[in-house]
Design a protein around this ligand. Structure first.
Ligand code: ZN
Length: 262
């Protein structure tokens, strides 16, 4: 037994999280546990609570275990050295430019993320048609694949390092076309091209246009939150470092933060 190795051993089980029962089976056999978790406490927990506790010891936010929605990267370890260059695991990546909503920049993504992005786009297009009478001409994103750590958790690989995440910063709209249904209350200025950005429009401003943009962005998030099998981690403008974008990914746990007032 390595004295002082309890936390890292515990963390490695947490980081290899693939299912609550697996994690708890492994964790219950541990003799060394973080100071705030007694072995007796752990043994009495349900699998789901156990996994949540496990994740909660690493993340200050409210991370929950996921169930009933297997994803091919669930078993992949996200553990990395705290310092130095990292080698991201090799996963199958594809270039993707959007389907129901085209992307302004080609996205390099993990292949199994594609159907989830397509589901997101259908939600965005539907919300945009209801709000503005047309789908966005372009989705603007700040990045997908990027082999890096999570800054605040240097021993944890970012889901961007697997191409398993997207940062959406906004949408560009073209002119309203004749024949497209026009919502009754659409301000005339929004019949012309315009942009919606998370940074400027998440919080409703005073004008009718600003209020509509905030309502559109919030409708997208509400829909995504109600469809739990699209994304598992959703971070909004209220989360540190995310004032100008939404972060969506398919990490092996669920976490929703930064959408205050939704
Ligand atoms: Zn991100």
């Amino acid at each position: 037994m390595v004295v002082g190795g309890g936390i890292s051993l515990f963390q490695s089980y947490c980081l290899n999280l693939s299912g609550a029962s697996h994690v708890c089976t492994s964790m219950k056999s541990l003799l060394l546990l973080p100071r705030h978790v007694s072995r007796r406490t752990l043994l009495g927990l349900s699998s789901a609570s156990c996994a949540s506790l496990c994740l909660g010891s690493l993340w200050p936010s409210r991370a929950e275990a996921v169930s009933g929605d297997p994803y091919p990267l669930d078993d992949l370890s996200r553990t990395i050295p705290a310092r130095g260059r990292i080698a991201c695991p090799k996963v199958e990546l594809v270039r993707y430019r959007g389907d129901a909503v085209p992307y302004a920049q080609t996205a390099l993504i993990y292949t199994e993320l594609k159907p989830r992005l397509q589901a997101m786009e259908r939600i965005i297009a539907a919300a945009a048609k209801a709000t503005y009478g047309r789908a966005p001409k372009r989705l603007i994103h700040l990045g997908t694949y990027n082999c890096r750590r999570i800054a605040a958790y240097p021993t944890w690989l970012s889901e961007h390092g697997l191409g398993n995440a997207i940062d959406v910063s906004g949408f560009d709209f073209g002119s309203h076309k004749r024949g497209e249904p026009l919502p009754d209350d659409l301000p005339p200025s929004l019949r012309r091209p315009f942009s919606v950005r998370v940074k400027r429009h998440w919080n409703p401003g005073r004008s009718a246009e600003q209020k509509l943009h905030a309502s559109f962005l919030r409708q997208i998030i509400r829909e995504l939150l109600s469809r739990r099998r699209i994304f598992r981690v959703l971070l909004g403008p209220g989360y540190p470092g995310h004032h100008d974008h939404f972060h969506f990914d398919c990490a092996p746990f669920r976490m929703v933060e930064g959408f205050d007032g939704l």
